[in-house]
Design a protein around this ligand. Structure first.
Ligand SMILES: *Cc1c(COP(=O)(O)O)cnc(C)c1O
Length: 369
């Protein structure tokens, strides 16, 4: 295809811009929007799909692994895909206030898109349990930020009750429009690979995303854009694995705060995705999560948040157990950027910078030259 920027620009003219203007513009035909929907976008989506051969080698090799790096969205997590649609629909309905419960990334995204649209935003966070980068975002974007002395599930219950008053628009993934926006990541993976993967791996918290991906893959298949469906593999953290255990967890615990959820809102959607795709859901320990978190940064230069690494820990284990057929094409969602949670990064890296006098010889000695 000819690229407008490859041609010289005649004096006094302006070349047509090459612009990505977000997931609603790109995939409108698959989304619940009309010409009357005001599109509130920060140009989310179009995130890179990165092939990570060195990580695969560390797993023992034999398959292709492609990471959908959702940390490169405008607020650095996949939540922006659902939020552009949820806030656009809220504006269309003439709402004035959007509200959400959040382990952090939903609030960061809601706050940004609310700011972009001029809506007020209220976020309810579990007190003391939110990664520093996410809190910084909610505060910077100007959301009214309330810390609940409880966990995410407590905050979501309150938000649902407030939603029933009809005075606020709930933008959690219980809002069906969020799932619609999030399914566009599956479309992009198919477009970027040129086919559907054989397997898709992702972390599972509230289970909105696994529901959304499965819907996206199915819709692209029905539309004839791909000729097969992937099997879906979800991973929960061992201390917060209600779907794996088959019951609610009252006090979920894990280092991966984005999936520290004991009673997933989209439980049924996850179960359907797993059954229909002949997939499975398993749990990984915090140790496995942190190992994979460090490994992917060091093998391939991809820095993700701990929750995203749950999917990588799952791939690592499946590969070691010989469960991945030779030649498989695998995609995995890297849900959020590593910089969201600097405390976990610094404590996991396990060392501090070496402090030296400003002297070249001392530096040479320290690095062994
Ligand atoms: C929200 C989130 C998840 C979990 O997604 P669900 O849709 O709740 O299952 C995982 N990782 C990150 C970084 C998130 O922000």
């Amino acid at each position: 295809m000819s690229n407008p920027s490859d041609h010289p620009q005649p004096p006094g003219t302006r070349r047509p811009p090459i612009a990505w203007t977000g997931i609603i513009d790109r995939y409108a035909e698959f989304l619940p929007v009309t010409d009357a929907t005001p599109v509130i976008s920060l140009h989310e989506g179009n995130t890179p799909l990165i092939r990570v051969d060195r990580f695969v080698e560390a797993c023992g090799g034999g398959f292709e692994l492609w990471l959908k790096f959702e940390g490169l969205n405008p607020t650095c997590s996949f939540k922006d895909r659902g939020m552009t649609l949820a806030v656009s629909k809220a504006v269309e309905r003439k709402a004035e206030v959007v509200i959400c419960a959040s382990t952090g990334n939903t609030s960061a995204s809601a706050a940004a898109y609310a700011a972009r649209s001029g809506l007020k935003c209220v976020v309810l966070l579990p007190k003391g349990k939110i990664a520093l980068g996410k809190l910084a975002q909610a505060l910077m974007y100007g959301a009214t930020t309330i810390a609940i002395e409880g966990n995410f599930d407590d905050a979501l219950r309150i938000v649902r009750e407030l939603g029933e008053t009809g005075k606020v628009e709930v933008v959690n993934s219980v809002n069906p429009v969020r799932i619609e926006g999030q399914k566009t990541a599956a479309f992009e993976i198919c477009d970027q690979l040129g086919c559907a993967p054989h397997f898709h791996f992702l972390p599972v918290g509230n289970a909105g995303n696994i529901t959304a991906y499965w819907r996206g893959f199915k819709e692209f298949h029905t539309a004839g854009r791909v000729d097969r469906l992937p099997r879906m593999f979800g991973f929960q953290a061992a201390g917060a694995a209600p779907i794996v255990e088959g019951h609610k967890i009252d006090h979920p615990e894990t280092v991966a705060s984005a999936i520290r959820i004991g009673n997933p809102a989209s439980w049924q959607g996850a179960t359907d995705a797993l059954n229909e795709s002949k997939g499975s859901i398993e749990k990984v320990t915090d140790e496995e999560i942190l190992e994979a978190y460090k490994l992917i940064a060091r093998t391939d230069g991809v820095f993700v948040e701990p929750a995203s690494a749950a999917a990588l820990a799952g791939i690592f284990r499946c590969a070691k157990e010989g469960k991945i057929p030779e030649g498989s094409i695998i995609s995995a969602t890297m849900t959020g950027h590593g910089l969201k949670d600097p405390d976990t990064a610094i404590s996991s890296a396990g060392f501090e910078a070496t402090v030296l006098k400003p002297d070249t010889r001392e530096v040479m000695k320290a690095i062994g030259l």
